[in-house]
Design a protein around this ligand. Sequence first.
Ligand SMILES: NC(=O)c1ccc[n+]([C@@H]2O[C@H](COP(=O)([O-])OP(=O)(O)OC[C@H]3O[C@@H](n4cnc5c(N)ncnc54)[C@H](O)[C@@H]3O)[C@@H](O)[C@H]2O)c1
Length: 463
Amino acid sequence: MPTSFIMNICCIGAGYVGGPTMAMIALKCADITVTVVDMNAARIAAWNSGQLPIFEPGLDDVVNQARGKNLFFSTDVAGQIKKADIIFVAVNTPTKTYGVGAGRAADLRFIESVARTIAEHAESGKIIVEKSTIPVKTADAIKTILASNTKGLKFAVLSNPEFLAEGTAVKDLLNPDRVLIGGERTPDGEKAMETLVSVYARWIPRDRIITTNLWSSELSKLVANAFLAQRISSINSISALCEATGADVDEVANAIGKDSRIGSKFLKSSVGFGGSCFQKDILNLTYLCESFGLPEVAKYWESVVGINDWQKSRFSARIVKELFNTVADKKIAILGFAFKKDTNDTRESAAINVVRHLLTEHAKVSVYDPKVPADEIKTDTLGKGVDNPRLTIAKDAYEACAGAHAIAIVTEWDEFKTLDYAKIYAAMPQPAFLFDGRNIVDLDALRKIGFKASGIGKPAEGR
Ligand SMILES: NC(=O)c1ccc[n+]([C@@H]2O[C@H](COP(=O)([O-])OP(=O)(O)OC[C@H]3O[C@@H](n4cnc5c(N)ncnc54)[C@H](O)[C@@H]3O)[C@@H](O)[C@H]2O)c1
Protein backbone atom coordinates (compact mmCIF):
# COMPACT_ATOMS: atom_id res chain seq x y z
CA MET A 1 0.00 0.00 0.00
CA PRO A 2 1.62 3.33 -0.96
CA THR A 3 2.07 5.61 2.03
CA SER A 4 -0.05 8.37 0.49
CA PHE A 5 -3.07 6.07 0.81
CA ILE A 6 -2.93 5.88 4.59
CA MET A 7 -5.87 7.81 5.82
CA ASN A 8 -7.31 5.86 8.70
CA ILE A 9 -5.70 4.11 11.62
CA CYS A 10 -7.82 2.16 14.07
CA CYS A 11 -6.52 0.85 17.38
CA ILE A 12 -8.43 -1.85 19.20
CA GLY A 13 -7.83 -1.48 22.95
CA ALA A 14 -7.99 1.92 24.69
CA GLY A 15 -5.76 1.07 27.65
CA TYR A 16 -2.39 2.23 28.95
CA VAL A 17 -0.80 1.43 25.60
CA GLY A 18 -3.51 2.07 23.00
CA GLY A 19 -4.60 5.46 24.37
CA PRO A 20 -1.23 7.23 24.73
CA THR A 21 0.36 5.61 21.65
CA MET A 22 -2.48 6.59 19.36
CA ALA A 23 -2.69 10.09 20.85
CA MET A 24 0.98 10.59 19.97
CA ILE A 25 0.53 9.24 16.40
CA ALA A 26 -2.44 11.59 15.92
CA LEU A 27 -0.48 14.54 17.27
CA LYS A 28 2.47 13.88 14.98
CA CYS A 29 0.49 12.91 11.84
CA ALA A 30 -2.14 15.58 11.29
CA ASP A 31 -3.17 14.01 7.96
CA ILE A 32 -4.02 10.63 9.48
CA THR A 33 -7.30 10.00 11.24
CA VAL A 34 -6.75 7.87 14.32
CA THR A 35 -9.65 6.19 16.11
CA VAL A 36 -9.20 4.17 19.28
CA VAL A 37 -11.96 1.66 19.94
CA ASP A 38 -12.76 -0.45 22.97
CA MET A 39 -15.62 -2.64 24.10
CA ASN A 40 -15.44 -0.96 27.51
CA ALA A 41 -17.90 1.91 27.07
CA ALA A 42 -16.99 3.56 30.40
CA ARG A 43 -13.34 3.71 29.37
CA ILE A 44 -14.21 5.28 26.01
CA ALA A 45 -16.46 7.80 27.74
CA ALA A 46 -13.55 8.72 30.02
CA TRP A 47 -11.21 9.20 27.04
CA ASN A 48 -13.83 11.57 25.62
CA SER A 49 -14.13 13.49 28.90
CA GLY A 50 -12.00 15.94 30.87
CA GLN A 51 -10.95 13.13 33.23
CA LEU A 52 -8.88 10.63 31.22
CA PRO A 53 -9.03 7.02 32.44
CA ILE A 54 -5.28 6.86 33.01
CA PHE A 55 -2.88 9.25 34.67
CA GLU A 56 0.31 9.98 32.74
CA PRO A 57 2.30 13.22 33.04
CA GLY A 58 1.73 15.32 29.88
CA LEU A 59 -0.95 13.06 28.42
CA ASP A 60 -3.88 15.47 28.93
CA ASP A 61 -2.06 18.00 26.81
CA VAL A 62 -1.35 15.57 23.95
CA VAL A 63 -4.95 14.32 23.93
CA ASN A 64 -6.41 17.83 24.11
CA GLN A 65 -4.36 18.94 21.11
CA ALA A 66 -5.54 16.12 18.84
CA ARG A 67 -8.93 14.96 20.15
CA GLY A 68 -11.82 15.99 17.91
CA LYS A 69 -9.41 16.93 15.11
CA ASN A 70 -7.85 13.66 13.99
CA LEU A 71 -8.06 11.64 17.22
CA PHE A 72 -11.30 9.91 18.19
CA PHE A 73 -12.42 7.40 20.81
CA SER A 74 -15.34 5.13 20.00
CA THR A 75 -17.11 1.89 20.90
CA ASP A 76 -17.94 1.19 17.23
CA VAL A 77 -15.37 -1.58 16.75
CA ALA A 78 -16.94 -3.06 13.59
CA GLY A 79 -17.45 0.31 11.89
CA GLN A 80 -13.86 1.43 12.50
CA ILE A 81 -12.47 -1.91 11.31
CA LYS A 82 -14.22 -1.34 7.99
CA LYS A 83 -12.77 2.16 7.58
CA ALA A 84 -9.19 1.46 8.68
CA ASP A 85 -6.14 0.96 6.50
CA ILE A 86 -4.00 0.00 9.47
CA ILE A 87 -5.37 -1.72 12.59
CA PHE A 88 -3.29 -1.76 15.76
CA VAL A 89 -4.20 -4.46 18.26
CA ALA A 90 -3.47 -3.22 21.80
CA VAL A 91 -5.72 -5.45 23.87
CA ASN A 92 -4.65 -7.00 27.15
CA THR A 93 -2.73 -10.28 27.22
CA PRO A 94 -2.85 -11.29 30.90
CA THR A 95 -1.41 -14.44 32.40
CA LYS A 96 -3.77 -17.38 31.94
CA THR A 97 -5.59 -18.29 35.13
CA TYR A 98 -7.15 -21.57 33.98
CA GLY A 99 -6.39 -24.77 32.08
CA VAL A 100 -3.12 -25.68 30.40
CA GLY A 101 -0.36 -23.18 31.22
CA ALA A 102 -2.38 -21.56 34.02
CA GLY A 103 -0.28 -19.06 35.99
CA ARG A 104 2.34 -18.77 33.25
CA ALA A 105 1.14 -18.80 29.65
CA ALA A 106 -0.37 -15.66 28.10
CA ASP A 107 -4.13 -15.69 27.78
CA LEU A 108 -4.64 -15.02 24.08
CA ARG A 109 -8.42 -15.07 24.01
CA PHE A 110 -8.68 -11.28 23.56
CA ILE A 111 -6.17 -11.36 20.69
CA GLU A 112 -7.99 -14.23 19.00
CA SER A 113 -11.36 -12.58 19.43
CA VAL A 114 -10.03 -9.38 17.83
CA ALA A 115 -8.62 -11.36 14.88
CA ARG A 116 -12.02 -13.01 14.38
CA THR A 117 -13.81 -9.65 14.59
CA ILE A 118 -11.47 -8.19 11.97
CA ALA A 119 -12.00 -11.20 9.70
CA GLU A 120 -15.76 -10.82 10.10
CA HIS A 121 -16.08 -7.09 9.45
CA ALA A 122 -13.23 -6.17 7.09
CA GLU A 123 -14.31 -5.33 3.58
CA SER A 124 -10.82 -4.59 2.22
CA GLY A 125 -7.26 -5.80 2.83
CA LYS A 126 -5.44 -4.19 5.77
CA ILE A 127 -2.23 -4.04 7.72
CA ILE A 128 -2.71 -5.60 11.15
CA VAL A 129 -0.19 -4.50 13.76
CA GLU A 130 0.42 -6.49 16.94
CA LYS A 131 0.99 -3.84 19.62
CA SER A 132 0.12 -6.12 22.53
CA THR A 133 2.91 -8.20 24.05
CA ILE A 134 2.38 -11.75 22.85
CA PRO A 135 4.23 -15.08 22.71
CA VAL A 136 6.47 -15.73 19.71
CA LYS A 137 4.54 -17.15 16.75
CA THR A 138 1.25 -15.46 17.63
CA ALA A 139 1.32 -13.74 14.25
CA ASP A 140 0.91 -17.21 12.70
CA ALA A 141 -2.35 -17.75 14.56
CA ILE A 142 -3.62 -14.28 13.62
CA LYS A 143 -2.72 -14.88 9.98
CA THR A 144 -4.53 -18.21 9.95
CA ILE A 145 -7.69 -16.70 11.42
CA LEU A 146 -7.61 -13.76 9.02
CA ALA A 147 -6.98 -16.06 6.08
CA SER A 148 -10.14 -17.95 6.94
CA ASN A 149 -12.30 -14.97 6.01
CA THR A 150 -14.36 -15.96 3.01
CA LYS A 151 -13.90 -12.70 1.14
CA GLY A 152 -10.45 -13.46 -0.24
CA LEU A 153 -9.00 -10.28 1.32
CA LYS A 154 -5.24 -9.94 1.83
CA PHE A 155 -3.90 -8.97 5.25
CA ALA A 156 -0.31 -8.24 6.25
CA VAL A 157 0.50 -8.93 9.90
CA LEU A 158 3.26 -6.89 11.54
CA SER A 159 4.73 -6.99 15.03
CA ASN A 160 5.34 -3.57 16.60
CA PRO A 161 5.79 -4.11 20.35
CA GLU A 162 5.49 -1.12 22.63
CA PHE A 163 8.41 -0.19 24.87
CA LEU A 164 6.91 2.78 26.70
CA ALA A 165 7.13 2.78 30.49
CA GLU A 166 4.15 3.91 32.51
CA GLY A 167 4.88 7.19 34.28
CA THR A 168 7.05 8.38 31.38
CA ALA A 169 4.83 7.24 28.49
CA VAL A 170 4.58 10.63 26.77
CA LYS A 171 8.32 11.22 26.96
CA ASP A 172 9.02 7.67 25.75
CA LEU A 173 6.61 7.97 22.81
CA LEU A 174 7.96 11.35 21.83
CA ASN A 175 11.57 10.27 21.94
CA PRO A 176 11.85 6.45 21.98
CA ASP A 177 15.21 4.67 22.17
CA ARG A 178 13.93 2.63 19.24
CA VAL A 179 10.81 1.55 17.40
CA LEU A 180 10.76 -2.11 16.46
CA ILE A 181 8.80 -3.38 13.48
CA GLY A 182 8.80 -7.04 12.49
CA GLY A 183 7.29 -8.42 9.32
CA GLU A 184 7.50 -11.17 6.76
CA ARG A 185 10.49 -10.94 4.50
CA THR A 186 8.29 -11.12 1.37
CA PRO A 187 7.51 -8.25 -1.05
CA ASP A 188 4.08 -7.73 0.62
CA GLY A 189 5.60 -7.94 4.09
CA GLU A 190 8.36 -5.45 3.22
CA LYS A 191 5.79 -3.05 1.75
CA ALA A 192 3.65 -3.23 4.87
CA MET A 193 6.71 -2.60 7.07
CA GLU A 194 7.71 0.40 4.97
CA THR A 195 4.19 1.82 5.36
CA LEU A 196 4.37 1.57 9.14
CA VAL A 197 7.94 2.89 9.17
CA SER A 198 6.70 5.96 7.28
CA VAL A 199 4.19 6.71 10.05
CA TYR A 200 6.81 6.70 12.82
CA ALA A 201 9.38 8.42 10.62
CA ARG A 202 7.29 11.62 10.82
CA TRP A 203 8.94 12.30 14.19
CA ILE A 204 11.44 9.54 14.93
CA PRO A 205 14.84 9.43 13.19
CA ARG A 206 15.01 6.54 10.73
CA ASP A 207 18.08 5.03 12.35
CA ARG A 208 16.03 4.44 15.49
CA ILE A 209 13.37 2.49 13.59
CA ILE A 210 14.51 -1.12 13.45
CA THR A 211 12.95 -3.67 11.11
CA THR A 212 13.35 -7.41 11.71
CA ASN A 213 11.63 -10.65 10.92
CA LEU A 214 8.35 -11.28 12.76
CA TRP A 215 9.69 -13.72 15.32
CA SER A 216 12.67 -11.56 16.32
CA SER A 217 10.32 -8.66 16.95
CA GLU A 218 7.81 -10.68 18.98
CA LEU A 219 10.59 -12.27 21.03
CA SER A 220 12.53 -9.02 21.59
CA LYS A 221 9.71 -7.50 23.62
CA LEU A 222 9.65 -10.44 26.05
CA VAL A 223 13.44 -10.46 26.26
CA ALA A 224 13.64 -6.69 26.87
CA ASN A 225 11.27 -6.96 29.82
CA ALA A 226 13.05 -10.05 31.13
CA PHE A 227 16.42 -8.23 31.06
CA LEU A 228 14.99 -5.14 32.77
CA ALA A 229 13.32 -7.19 35.50
CA GLN A 230 16.48 -9.27 35.89
CA ARG A 231 18.48 -6.16 36.77
CA ILE A 232 16.00 -5.26 39.50
CA SER A 233 16.04 -8.77 40.94
CA SER A 234 19.84 -8.83 40.75
CA ILE A 235 20.25 -5.64 42.78
CA ASN A 236 17.42 -6.65 45.12
CA SER A 237 19.14 -9.95 45.85
CA ILE A 238 22.27 -7.97 46.72
CA SER A 239 20.23 -5.65 48.97
CA ALA A 240 19.68 -8.54 51.37
CA LEU A 241 23.42 -9.19 51.49
CA CYS A 242 24.03 -5.48 52.12
CA GLU A 243 21.68 -5.55 55.11
CA ALA A 244 23.50 -8.59 56.47
CA THR A 245 26.96 -7.08 56.07
CA GLY A 246 26.59 -3.33 56.60
CA ALA A 247 27.25 -2.46 52.95
CA ASP A 248 24.97 0.18 51.37
CA VAL A 249 23.17 -1.02 48.23
CA ASP A 250 23.09 2.47 46.66
CA GLU A 251 26.86 2.77 47.12
CA VAL A 252 27.37 -0.68 45.60
CA ALA A 253 25.03 0.17 42.67
CA ASN A 254 26.88 3.42 42.06
CA ALA A 255 30.26 1.69 42.13
CA ILE A 256 29.31 -1.13 39.75
CA GLY A 257 27.21 1.12 37.51
CA LYS A 258 30.26 3.22 36.63
CA ASP A 259 31.51 0.24 34.65
CA SER A 260 30.27 0.99 31.16
CA ARG A 261 29.73 -2.72 30.54
CA ILE A 262 27.18 -2.73 33.37
CA GLY A 263 25.75 0.80 33.17
CA SER A 264 24.03 2.81 35.86
CA LYS A 265 20.36 2.51 34.96
CA PHE A 266 17.82 0.17 36.55
CA LEU A 267 20.00 -0.55 39.56
CA LYS A 268 17.69 0.96 42.17
CA SER A 269 16.87 -1.48 44.91
CA SER A 270 13.30 -1.50 46.22
CA VAL A 271 10.47 -3.45 47.79
CA GLY A 272 10.18 -5.30 44.46
CA PHE A 273 8.93 -4.62 40.95
CA GLY A 274 5.26 -4.50 40.05
CA GLY A 275 3.25 -3.47 37.03
CA SER A 276 1.24 -5.42 34.53
CA CYS A 277 4.17 -6.47 32.38
CA PHE A 278 7.41 -7.68 33.98
CA GLN A 279 6.08 -10.72 35.84
CA LYS A 280 3.56 -11.64 33.14
CA ASP A 281 6.13 -11.39 30.35
CA ILE A 282 8.79 -13.41 32.17
CA LEU A 283 6.28 -16.13 32.99
CA ASN A 284 5.24 -16.09 29.36
CA LEU A 285 8.90 -16.41 28.33
CA THR A 286 9.50 -19.33 30.69
CA TYR A 287 6.39 -21.09 29.42
CA LEU A 288 7.61 -20.63 25.86
CA CYS A 289 11.04 -22.03 26.76
CA GLU A 290 9.45 -25.11 28.25
CA SER A 291 7.15 -25.54 25.26
CA PHE A 292 10.24 -25.50 23.04
CA GLY A 293 12.02 -28.09 25.22
CA LEU A 294 14.34 -25.69 27.08
CA PRO A 295 13.63 -26.28 30.80
CA GLU A 296 17.06 -24.96 31.91
CA VAL A 297 16.43 -21.62 30.23
CA ALA A 298 12.95 -21.49 31.75
CA LYS A 299 14.35 -22.13 35.22
CA TYR A 300 16.95 -19.40 34.86
CA TRP A 301 14.35 -16.71 34.08
CA GLU A 302 11.87 -18.05 36.59
CA SER A 303 14.29 -17.19 39.38
CA VAL A 304 13.92 -13.48 38.49
CA VAL A 305 10.26 -13.67 39.52
CA GLY A 306 11.17 -15.84 42.52
CA ILE A 307 13.56 -13.20 43.93
CA ASN A 308 10.93 -10.52 43.38
CA ASP A 309 8.30 -12.47 45.34
CA TRP A 310 10.83 -13.01 48.10
CA GLN A 311 11.78 -9.32 48.19
CA LYS A 312 8.14 -8.27 48.59
CA SER A 313 7.50 -10.71 51.43
CA ARG A 314 10.86 -9.89 53.06
CA PHE A 315 9.77 -6.25 53.37
CA SER A 316 6.48 -6.93 55.15
CA ALA A 317 8.04 -9.67 57.29
CA ARG A 318 10.65 -7.17 58.42
CA ILE A 319 7.96 -4.70 59.50
CA VAL A 320 6.36 -7.36 61.70
CA LYS A 321 9.70 -8.50 63.11
CA GLU A 322 10.92 -5.02 64.03
CA LEU A 323 7.64 -4.13 65.66
CA PHE A 324 8.47 -6.76 68.32
CA ASN A 325 6.98 -9.60 66.28
CA THR A 326 3.42 -8.39 66.49
CA VAL A 327 1.46 -5.78 64.59
CA ALA A 328 -1.94 -6.92 65.83
CA ASP A 329 -4.11 -3.83 66.41
CA LYS A 330 -1.20 -1.52 65.64
CA LYS A 331 -1.80 1.13 63.01
CA ILE A 332 0.56 0.96 60.03
CA ALA A 333 0.61 3.76 57.45
CA ILE A 334 1.24 2.72 53.87
CA LEU A 335 2.45 5.59 51.72
CA GLY A 336 1.81 4.86 48.05
CA PHE A 337 -0.22 2.15 46.38
CA ALA A 338 0.50 2.56 42.63
CA PHE A 339 3.16 0.17 41.32
CA LYS A 340 5.44 3.15 40.75
CA LYS A 341 5.26 6.94 40.84
CA ASP A 342 3.50 9.03 38.20
CA THR A 343 0.92 6.40 37.31
CA ASN A 344 -2.44 5.36 38.77
CA ASP A 345 -1.84 1.76 37.68
CA THR A 346 -1.85 -0.72 40.56
CA ARG A 347 -1.53 -3.98 38.65
CA GLU A 348 0.86 -6.35 40.50
CA SER A 349 1.87 -3.48 42.80
CA ALA A 350 4.08 -4.57 45.69
CA ALA A 351 1.73 -2.56 47.92
CA ILE A 352 -0.98 -5.20 47.43
CA ASN A 353 1.23 -7.92 48.95
CA VAL A 354 2.42 -5.70 51.77
CA VAL A 355 -1.08 -4.57 52.78
CA ARG A 356 -2.48 -8.10 52.58
CA HIS A 357 0.37 -9.47 54.70
CA LEU A 358 -0.18 -6.82 57.37
CA LEU A 359 -3.94 -7.40 57.42
CA THR A 360 -3.30 -11.11 57.88
CA GLU A 361 -1.26 -10.14 60.95
CA HIS A 362 -4.31 -8.16 62.17
CA ALA A 363 -2.70 -4.75 61.77
CA LYS A 364 -4.85 -1.67 61.19
CA VAL A 365 -3.66 -0.43 57.83
CA SER A 366 -4.15 3.12 56.57
CA VAL A 367 -3.23 3.69 52.93
CA TYR A 368 -2.62 6.95 51.12
CA ASP A 369 -1.87 7.34 47.42
CA PRO A 370 -2.12 10.64 45.53
CA LYS A 371 -3.59 9.11 42.37
CA VAL A 372 -5.26 5.78 43.16
CA PRO A 373 -8.95 6.01 44.15
CA ALA A 374 -10.01 4.54 47.51
CA ASP A 375 -12.35 1.92 46.05
CA GLU A 376 -9.58 0.60 43.80
CA ILE A 377 -7.22 0.20 46.76
CA LYS A 378 -9.90 -1.77 48.60
CA THR A 379 -10.81 -3.91 45.59
CA ASP A 380 -7.18 -4.74 44.79
CA THR A 381 -6.48 -5.73 48.38
CA LEU A 382 -9.68 -7.40 49.51
CA GLY A 383 -11.61 -8.26 46.34
CA LYS A 384 -14.64 -6.55 44.79
CA GLY A 385 -17.33 -5.53 47.27
CA VAL A 386 -15.44 -6.98 50.25
CA ASP A 387 -14.82 -4.73 53.25
CA ASN A 388 -12.46 -5.01 56.19
CA PRO A 389 -12.71 -2.39 58.94
CA ARG A 390 -8.96 -2.76 59.53
CA LEU A 391 -8.25 -1.23 56.11
CA THR A 392 -8.83 2.52 55.80
CA ILE A 393 -7.91 4.98 53.07
CA ALA A 394 -6.51 8.37 54.10
CA LYS A 395 -6.91 11.64 52.23
CA ASP A 396 -3.26 12.59 52.71
CA ALA A 397 0.00 11.29 54.15
CA TYR A 398 -0.45 13.15 57.46
CA GLU A 399 -3.83 11.54 58.08
CA ALA A 400 -2.44 8.09 57.22
CA CYS A 401 0.48 8.53 59.64
CA ALA A 402 -1.38 10.09 62.58
CA GLY A 403 -1.28 7.65 65.47
CA ALA A 404 0.59 5.02 63.41
CA HIS A 405 3.20 2.78 65.03
CA ALA A 406 5.02 2.51 61.72
CA ILE A 407 5.17 4.06 58.26
CA ALA A 408 6.00 2.03 55.16
CA ILE A 409 6.88 3.92 51.98
CA VAL A 410 5.90 1.60 49.16
CA THR A 411 5.67 3.91 46.11
CA GLU A 412 8.36 6.52 45.38
CA TRP A 413 5.99 9.51 44.87
CA ASP A 414 8.05 12.72 45.04
CA GLU A 415 5.77 14.24 47.68
CA PHE A 416 6.94 11.62 50.21
CA LYS A 417 10.48 13.04 50.05
CA THR A 418 9.43 16.43 51.37
CA LEU A 419 6.86 15.61 54.07
CA ASP A 420 7.25 17.33 57.44
CA TYR A 421 8.54 14.23 59.19
CA ALA A 422 9.09 16.03 62.50
CA LYS A 423 5.38 16.87 62.57
CA ILE A 424 4.51 13.30 61.59
CA TYR A 425 6.81 11.90 64.30
CA ALA A 426 5.16 14.07 66.95
CA ALA A 427 1.77 12.49 66.12
CA MET A 428 2.99 8.87 66.39
CA PRO A 429 3.28 6.58 69.43
CA GLN A 430 6.90 5.84 70.39
CA PRO A 431 9.03 4.13 69.34
CA ALA A 432 8.03 5.33 65.86
CA PHE A 433 9.22 3.18 62.95
CA LEU A 434 9.70 4.07 59.29
CA PHE A 435 10.44 1.50 56.58
CA ASP A 436 11.51 3.06 53.30
CA GLY A 437 10.76 0.50 50.59
CA ARG A 438 12.09 2.82 47.87
CA ASN A 439 15.17 4.40 49.48
CA ILE A 440 13.88 7.93 48.84
CA VAL A 441 14.17 9.55 52.28
CA ASP A 442 17.22 10.57 54.28
CA LEU A 443 17.46 7.88 56.97
CA ASP A 444 20.05 9.79 59.03
CA ALA A 445 17.83 12.89 59.16
CA LEU A 446 14.86 10.77 60.22
CA ARG A 447 16.95 9.06 62.90
CA LYS A 448 17.91 12.47 64.24
CA ILE A 449 14.20 13.28 64.61
CA GLY A 450 13.85 10.07 66.61
CA PHE A 451 12.51 7.57 64.08
CA LYS A 452 13.69 3.99 64.04
CA ALA A 453 14.24 4.20 60.31
CA SER A 454 15.40 1.56 57.85
CA GLY A 455 15.69 1.24 54.09
CA ILE A 456 16.26 -1.55 51.60
CA GLY A 457 19.87 -2.74 51.54
CA LYS A 458 20.89 0.02 53.95
CA PRO A 459 23.10 -0.36 57.03
CA ALA A 460 21.20 -0.51 60.32
CA GLU A 461 21.43 2.49 62.67
CA GLY A 462 24.92 2.93 64.11
CA ARG A 463 26.46 0.31 61.83
N1 LIG B 1 0.94 -1.11 30.30
C1 LIG B 1 2.16 -1.00 29.80
O1 LIG B 1 3.01 -0.26 30.32
C2 LIG B 1 2.57 -1.80 28.58
C3 LIG B 1 3.78 -1.48 27.95
C4 LIG B 1 4.12 -2.20 26.81
C5 LIG B 1 3.29 -3.20 26.34
N2 LIG B 1 2.13 -3.50 26.98
C6 LIG B 1 1.27 -4.53 26.41
O2 LIG B 1 0.21 -3.89 25.70
C7 LIG B 1 -0.99 -4.65 25.81
C8 LIG B 1 -2.09 -3.76 26.38
O3 LIG B 1 -1.70 -3.35 27.70
P1 LIG B 1 -2.50 -2.24 28.49
O4 LIG B 1 -1.75 -1.98 29.74
O5 LIG B 1 -2.81 -1.11 27.57
O6 LIG B 1 -3.86 -3.05 28.81
P2 LIG B 1 -5.25 -2.49 29.32
O7 LIG B 1 -5.89 -3.59 30.05
O8 LIG B 1 -5.03 -1.16 30.00
O9 LIG B 1 -6.08 -2.18 27.98
C9 LIG B 1 -6.54 -3.17 27.10
C10 LIG B 1 -7.91 -2.74 26.56
O10 LIG B 1 -8.31 -3.65 25.55
C11 LIG B 1 -9.72 -3.76 25.59
N3 LIG B 1 -10.16 -4.95 24.89
C12 LIG B 1 -9.89 -6.26 25.17
N4 LIG B 1 -10.48 -7.07 24.25
C13 LIG B 1 -11.12 -6.28 23.39
C14 LIG B 1 -11.91 -6.53 22.22
N5 LIG B 1 -12.11 -7.78 21.80
N6 LIG B 1 -12.44 -5.48 21.56
C15 LIG B 1 -12.25 -4.21 22.01
N7 LIG B 1 -11.51 -3.91 23.10
C16 LIG B 1 -10.94 -4.93 23.78
C17 LIG B 1 -10.03 -3.78 27.09
O11 LIG B 1 -11.37 -3.41 27.34
C18 LIG B 1 -9.02 -2.75 27.62
O12 LIG B 1 -9.58 -1.46 27.76
C19 LIG B 1 -0.65 -5.86 26.67
O13 LIG B 1 -0.34 -6.93 25.82
C20 LIG B 1 0.58 -5.41 27.44
O14 LIG B 1 1.39 -6.50 27.79
C21 LIG B 1 1.74 -2.79 28.09
